[in-house]
Design a protein around this ligand. Sequence first.
Ligand SMILES: Cc1cc2nc3c(=O)[nH]c(=O)nc-3n(C[C@H](O)[C@H](O)[C@H](O)COP(=O)(O)O)c2cc1C
Length: 387
Amino acid sequence: MLHCGGLKKRLIRSLMQLKVPSTIREDDLLNNLFDLKGFELAAHNKLSKATHAFFAGGAGEGITLNENVSAFDDLKLLPRILRDVQERSLSTTLLNERIDFPLLIAPMAFQCLAHPEGEVATTKAAQEHNIPMVVSTCSTCSFEEIKVQTTIAPWLQLYIYKDREITKNLIQLAEASGYKGIVLTVDAPLYGKRINELHHPLTLPLDFEIKNLQNAGLNLKDIPSSKLASTLASLLDPSLTWNDIDWLRSITGLPLILKGIMNPKDIQIAQVHDIETLIISNHGGRQLDTSLSALETLKLMRGLDKGKMEFILDGGVRKGVDILKALALGAKAVMVGRPILWGLAVGGEDGVKKVLAILKAELDLAMALCGYTSINQINEEVLYFPG
Ligand SMILES: Cc1cc2nc3c(=O)[nH]c(=O)nc-3n(C[C@H](O)[C@H](O)[C@H](O)COP(=O)(O)O)c2cc1C
């Protein structure tokens, strides 16, 4: 994996820090993982080379992929003290729904590659923690199969296809299943150049399905599995403009959220188009290498007149303290991607539950140690800006 130098170094560093004895039995693994680094390593051991490359990889040399994570460690804290933090609440609201803590599960394609239950297992874990899951257009389970597992309505992540009928059908399928909002991904007019996927092309099980796209009318039968991800991307409409936001509004009444917005100039245009929820994201470093990290991008928004807009940060969140930092910079919540896949690969539903429980407990601890008792108290005073 030519461009994974940074990731490899991090994995080796993690391995040296991990205190997991080599004699741990497989069925006891979950009890011996205490942070998301441990999950990342355990999943790496479990997944095939090709699946790991698809999940873990980024675009180009992986610079944005790594900086999404390191930007959090580079931002230091100045905790407040003596503020009675005995009683604490992590609860907040998103799209007018109360959730247990400010986290959404990021949309990720092909989750059945991590575990046979795929998105169904992920959503059951999300339900246990009372948080929403954003379901990828390219999910392996159907919208309905996922929705029936949860009382927290999932959100639909949408790609707009050149064939608009498919897009319309996807929205109708999600609406019929009671989905809560539409997350339009706007940073993927073309598929990013992902070197590890080229080195290790995906081979998919014979019974592999992408049910929603098939139900929406897309014929995927003749596409070789090694070409599936990139072929799917080639069906996307690269001619999208802001006018298509109005088109989407004309065919659905669901709240519209944009995922993959980075430039403050585009934030201003989104404001004109009455978009209230924006996901600051570089697609987990999978699209345009050397894009600014998600956290640094959020920093850019500090002076902006946000009006009614709410920001969700997506990319690089690996610890509870990362969530606190994103909230301190003004995010309403964060989205988490790859660590969910690591949990799914290591322990299915229980693995994802444990990943979420770790993040929640770490956020609670970070909040207490910074002198906060509720999510909406968290603010910039706790961050150190050098110079
Ligand atoms: C394996 C994988 C598949 C993904 N599939 C999609 C997708 O179908 N639609 C989408 O908008 N983003 C997709 N993403 C991007 C995630 O939604 C999210 O932006 C990214 O993973 C966040 O970074 P993190 O993994 O560092 O948390 C995918 C990411 C991964 C790792």
